[in-house]
Each structure stands twice: as structure tokens, then as C-alpha cells.
Design a binder for this molecule. Sequence first.
Ligand code: KG4
Ligand code: ZN
Length: 332
Amino acid sequence: MDKYLLGIETSCDDTSVALVNEAGDIKQHVKVSQDHLLNQYGGVYPEFASRAHVASIIPVIDKVLTQSQVDIEQDIVGIAVTRGPGLVGSLMIGTTTANTLGVLWNKPVYGVNHLKGHLKSAELEGAQIDYPAIVLLVSGGHTFICYIDEADNITMVGQTRDDSLGEAYDKLGRMLGLPFPAGPKIDQLALQGTPNIPFPRPLINKGHDFSFSGLKSAVSRYIDGAESYDAADICASFVASVLDILDNKLNSALTAYPAAQSLVIVGGVAASQQVRELGAQMADQYQVTLKLPPLRWATDNGAMIALAGWDYHRNAIHTKAIPKARIPIDEY
Ligand code: KG4
Ligand code: ZN
């Protein structure tokens, strides 16, 4: 009989709960998204996000348990819940629920680092990352490249000095009046447009760090100054700039760490078809294996938290499920 961890993710705007076995197979997953609510504000509004989690967390867990028909006593070995980084009010709903269930069910509760969850998303549904690895994490809250060796030592290679890449997508979306989160829509428009606007490529050929605020400002100036514009061309030009930046930074990281066996791209922006194709080209060029999360597990979800939780369970890492706004990737 398979054993499962119940994974709970409430770090930002989605309430997502999953049952996952140690191999990364998903028994059940339910997600309630707050996109409809966030559209009214053009982004995540922390107080409303946490109230929405309050309303959805119990029904979502209930649905996962009912639909999967697991025997809680026999089949669930513990609960993994995001403890951060994220919005403290939102994290509070997930961690309080997890801690309560832990007491009720007499099961261990693991407070999981959301960033380790994203890393594990590339191993959901049976894949395995070969280490050492170069990891590019691009989400709404984070943008960095790190190097992880076989012994799990993590070296930060480069990170954003200002906005995250997901934030840049979402801010462009707001300028163009697109629904939140804007990433998927921008990708789609970019495919229809021509990259004919020379937006800047900040920090290109200048070390491993990223900067996206200059790109965002350049797009904003372009839109403000134009009598009329083609949204598809703006998206295509923005994505071309993003891809050049990622290409440049991944090139320098893979050159600086020739022992890397694989290239891992995770985080919400790893759902971008263009970014996935760039990853495939880079992996080919550097003769490393490419690991991407299956599309549906690129953005925030409880399944990746459950799979990360298995590492905590196996290694008896008993991190408390207490919300923390900031946690680096090398901390459990
Ligand atoms: O990892 P994630 O779900 O949440 C955080 O941990 O921040 O990432 C969300 C971000 C949003 O900024 C969203 O616009 C972006 O991921 N995103 C995408 C795509 N799908 C989501 N960006 C580009 N292309 C996509 N298809
Ligand atoms: Zn995330």
C-alpha cells in the first residue's frame, strides 16, 4: 500500500493541496485560484489573499481526502506545509491548518521551504535531477541561479538586484491591461508579434546577476510615448529581451560550473514555452540533461511541497511550521 504526504501550499494567492508518494506520483490534487479576485486589483493584495485562503483551505483539503479515499490513519505519514518565503498572512492559514491537523491526526508536520518545493517540482511524476546541477529559479517572488553539488551544497551564482522575472511579466501585463497573472497571456501574444522594439538587456555580459526594473521602465516609457502601439509586438520584444538575458546568464553560469550534469529551470516562469525552448537549446549546447517541471507543476502547488516534504521526512528534518517571509534556498 502506497504511503503519502499531504502537501499544503498557501504562500501567495493559490490554495493548493496534494497527496504525493515518495516517488513523486500525485494521488490527488486540488487547487483554488484567486485570479478572479486579484484581477480587480491588478495583482496580489495580501489581506484579501489570506481571507480567500481562510475560505478555501478546509474545502480544498476535504476534497483531496474524499476524492482520493485514503485512509488517514494508514496511508498518510505526515503533513508538509509551506512555511515561507511568502506572504505571512497567507502562510499563517496553511501552517495553522497543518499544525491543527497534525495534532488531530497525530502525524508529524514539516514546515517546508517553498523554494525547495520549486526545486522538487522538476522531480514530480517520476523524474530525477542529476547532480551537480545549475538551477534557474524564476517565479513571481524570486529570480536566481544557483549551483547544487552532489552533497547538496548550494552556491548562489547570481540573483536579481531588483524585480523578479515573474514580476516583470505581471507589471507588463498591468500596463497592457491583461488579466493577472499575465505570464501565459504575454507568451501567447509574443508568439503573434514581431520583436521589433529594441528594449534594453540590463546587466548583459556583466556577471551573473539580473536586473529587470530597467526593462520594465523602458517598456513603460515606450507605451507612454507611443500614439498607438501593437501589444503583440511589445510582448514579442519584451520576451526577446528576457530570452537574451536568460541565455546570457545561463551561458556564463554553465561555463563557470563545467561539472554540472543538468540544467534545472523551475518557478512559475518555467511554464513559458519560450523559456522551456531556451532551456532545451542550452542543455543541448552544454551536453547536460534538462529538467523542467511538468507544465501543470511549474506554478505554485501543494504537490511540490509534499515531494520536498519527503526529503524532510526521510532525513528527520523537523522544521517548525511557523510562517517566515524570507528564507534562502539553502535553509530547510
Ligand atoms: O512560482 P509562482 O507560481 O509563484 C511564486 O512563487 O512567485 O510564479 C508566478 C509567476 C507570475 O509572475 C506569473 O506571471 C508567472 O509566474 N508565469 C509565467 C507563466 N505562467 C506563470 N510567466 C511566463 N510565462 C508563463 N506561461
Ligand atoms: Zn512559487
